[in-house]
Design a protein. Sequence first.
Length: 509
Amino acid sequence: MDTARNDLWTPPLPSDGQQPFQSPPAALPKGNAWIAWSLIALFVGVMVWDANLVEPEPADATASTQPDKASGASPVDPAGEMMGRLLVGVKSGLSPETVASTSELLLSQAETLREGPPRDQLSYAVLVAEFEGSKVGLERLEILESKFDEPAEESGDVWDENAKLVHKDLRLIFEANQRGLPSALSPEALKRLEKELGWFGKLAPLTDGTADASGRDALMSSMKNVPWALGGVAIWYLICGLAGAVFLVLLVVFAVTGQLKHGMASASPCSSVYAESFAVWLGCFVAMRYAVVQQLPESMAHLGIAINMAGLFFATGLALTWCVIRGIPWSRVRVDLGLSLGPQPIREIGSGLMVYATALPLLLVGGLMTVALTALRDRLAPGSPMPSHPVQGALMGADWSTIIQIMVLGVIVAPLVEETMFRGALYRQLRDSTRWLGFVGSALLSAVVSSVIFAAIHPQGWVFIPALASLAMAFCIAREWRGNLPAGIVAHGLTNFITLSLNVLLFSQ
């Protein structure tokens, strides 16, 4: 290709004067891909099983046996709380006439709360009172009261004493609202509402029609940013998505016409070692997740994010060290895995922005598939909890210290670590082992396999695999096009930054 004529499409050359293939092939270790992939399959299977097939204990099932732990109470489903906040925020930007005509449609988005455990159902009653008035909220409470004495094996619900007390508190609130009077709940009752229902407990005494106009104005003032935030993000995605669609078409055209040369270095004879390296990293990741973070005592819960960051860096360092221990020179590891900034680092940053835009039309396709899978899941298992990432729950009402930690983890640590291991080590091994399929077949298969694994180990569950995998496919395009990792890291970090920023704006304190 004539780089002077079309320098935009030129992949980066190895930087820092590296000579990546100085060592003769015979001196390099071959590795054992079969053992490595067996371990990878095992670790991925454990995480998929845990995220999708292990049934959590019912939220209130321990109430009778653990009265010392808030009567078995557990927080309302975080995804349900997020949806509730979004719905109330959207409502704050609509006219009363529009709310009246769309309340049923809006409430249908909170179906998982209506079908969830008792505290979710009580939260749904609060939403009903907010959107359709206290009278309808009372009717909803009457339906819930009829479940009090049903056997748990029939209804699937365990209405402990705290849940019944919250039900009583909500009845007093809604009845007072109907009469235009303050609810006059005791401070203990108000604290109980907040403890048992979280944000919905704050909303309950301040639902539409409350006599406490100043309290409601204070609560709703924090929700006024929701329509603006959603509108701004929609415009951002629209503009970037259109630009990404154009760029994606150009990539395909240049690839088909032979003007786009991929930046991946030639096959490495020791690529199987990179499968071993990924297996080492994934094993450490699983151990950290299940043996460390999930076992933290409550007194150390605030250290979870910091431990996650340290654990990810440790696992990545160990995985890269494994390559050197196995006999691969570090200079070659860097080139094989794309650990270089290229001769023009600024160009790699610009390429990352282009890759981010390219990811959006792919995300649209993956998102539509996720919507279809969600509908299928709801049909097969009605009332299934809405999938969400634990980070979203951590952001609910988080202070700035927690927000900064989460942003560092999501925007810096995760992109560095995940691009190094997935698009560096794993993608390299897949591409080298499938080159017999030709460039298109090898690149496509490698991208699909690595992207599905990337999506599967995330905790959102199987319905989110298409959406997450579509993002990972874009990062694979960055790896294939540029030959190194910075463009993918930039695109990955920007994706997480936009998502986390929106969550912070909508759901933090």
